[in-house]
Design a protein around this ligand. Sequence first.
Ligand SMILES: [Zn+2]
Length: 438
Amino acid sequence: MLKVTTNKTAQKVLFSIDYLGNSQELYFKGSRLNTASLGDAAFCAFLPIAMKKGLGLSIDRPVSKQLAMNSQTIQGIYSTWFNDMAAVDIKLKQHSAAKRGSKVASFFSCGIDSLDTLLSHFEEIDYLVYVEGYDVWPHEKSYLKFMRQKIREAAKLYKKDVIFITTNLHLELDTHIRWGDQYHGAALATAAHLLPVDIGKVYIPSTFTYSSLLPWGSHPILDPLWSSGSLQIVHDGAAKSRAEKILKVYSDSMGIAPNIVRVCLGDRTTGRHNCSECEKCARTMLVIDLLNFKNKAKTFNFKKHKNFQALIDEIGDLPMELLRTGETIQFFRNGQATYDSDKLAVLESKFQDMTKTGFSSTYYDTFEKFIPTDLIYRTKLSDCIKDVSVRHKDNAIDKTKKMKGIIDSSKSVAIKLYSSQNIVRLKHVKKLFKKHQD
Ligand SMILES: [Zn+2]
């Protein structure tokens, strides 16, 4: 049994979890946290963890009837998606959800998805919410200070209220569950239930479109199921491609959005908005370039790439990048914006290469099951691991530690290569994998 005990002080809520003789303490800090929904927050935070561990779940606070009712569907989705998440017994006290007001909040990180949601529901949204500890670790104080400042500036310009919540949830549970494809939507829902009581609706900006849905932690069929009788959780933006969102952001009639766009963790030493080199930057910059918006895109450094070809060579080679690139081409081909046709031809040629070499059927054969961020190689890769992490551009040191940890903790031949925020570049791994086999 995974047993959750809750506690609260003036500006902090605590969740203590006990399972198999282990215990951990998770906190959420912030002003005006709604402690009447502690049971709902605990349910969202720990149901996926209990499923992952194959343990029953008990919570010391009542959970709203609607959420409890959704439990079976949520478990059905997870267990269909993932082999390592089985349905579990849950023991919940139920109650009618505590009343909430009618204000609307949206999660906001200065990224393309969250800016698109803000601009698309501008009149309706009252609050921008940033959770410290989800995409940036809670101990990275200087970067969080930079984020707070950027988000405050954005909120001020847009005349919106801003809410900051700080938590160690992601940090503490990162080794238990994969953040990207299994958990981040539930984690956002946890924070949503703790938002001030005047808020009755919360937007979660989407990552993927309806046409390219994959099992993913925040998902249009999953996110709304975390709603209670008084808090509506809405997955927003899946009807738009990345290119359509970028067009919206860079056409902001208030002229604010282009100056605050942040899609990656940037250069942490200088506090720049975007590193302009990673896959996230590349996929954003190539659309900006196609749209001829480079002069507006001050938060990116286009000089880092000698030409458009060099820029698109930074696109990752995961299947999701193939989907996104296809959608980008489709968007321009549909005539939804004016664009540089020579550059689009270069992108189309890249797309052709990706379909040939990026992910052929051999890729699917290589893996037990296709899950984008959970790449399981059933071989002894320990000799290659250092290479992979060194080759990975972002947080190379962290990555090495994480991978060493995985190897040390298990003599098993199954090695997981994953990252919560940055995905290991597959082509390097594939090359090493092949070398090892030879
Ligand atoms: Zn970047």
